[in-house]
Design a protein around this ligand. Sequence first.
Ligand code: APR
Length: 249
Amino acid sequence: MPQTSARGIVILTGAGTSRESGLHTFRDPDGIWSRVRLEDVATPEAFERDPARVHGFYNARRRALLSDDIGPNPAHRALARLEAEWPGEVLLVTQNIDNLHERAGSKNLVHMHGEILSARCLRCGVAGPWSADMNLETPCPACGQAGGRLGALRVDVVWFGEMPMAMDRILTALEACELFVSIGTSGSVYPAAGFVQDVRERGRAHTVELNLEPSEGHSLFAERHYGPASRVVPEFVDRLLRDGLGGTS
Ligand code: APR
């Protein structure tokens, strides 16, 4: 059980953290939403309208994630090291649906937008690990049901308009933390984009942004470092483990 008395840290990560692993972000010029409309593949209405297209979108991203040339980068590994070496709780809240934080060794982790390597049954509601393609005929491994207009399974991710996962746990950790670090996110999607304001309103924790460039909420952070995550995150973690909270400027 991670210590909660010592000075807790909450880390929020976004797609920029995985960019140097070879996975695209969403809103960069070469991002996913520059090639496909989120309204066509990442909403409950899109799934109702054309479930096969939604399955195809996530099947392609799942296959890409599982290809041999995709793996954790130094940013993922630095965050796993921070969790292992920090004398208090480090909660990693990721918006990412990939498994690169787990593969780097992070354990105290919440996927607030779900996981592409998980499937959920529309009939029995059971969710579980899933690494294959999914289509309308794929049967649920838990209840065995299949078929129907929408099929039996959906990818276990949070679409626009759906409730993010584990918000109670996240808000409790934000309330108690001494340090909030936002990494590789544009700060354009709520509730994640509002976490820094939640922390500031309590007036106690230090807030840090580590990103390639200033995010939409950059002015809300007390400390900011810009550059590729694979450089900036290890540098920040090294400094934090060497100097403690007092050392962050
Ligand atoms: N290192 C650090 N930051 C980077 C890098 C990099 N190598 N490359 C890009 N970035 C930054 C970009 O500057 C941008 O600010 O990562 C951020 C990516 O922003 P988005 O593409 O908007 O991704 P994200 O913030 O994770 O999106 C949030 O929106 O579409 C939904 O559900 C989806 O979880 C996602 C959410």
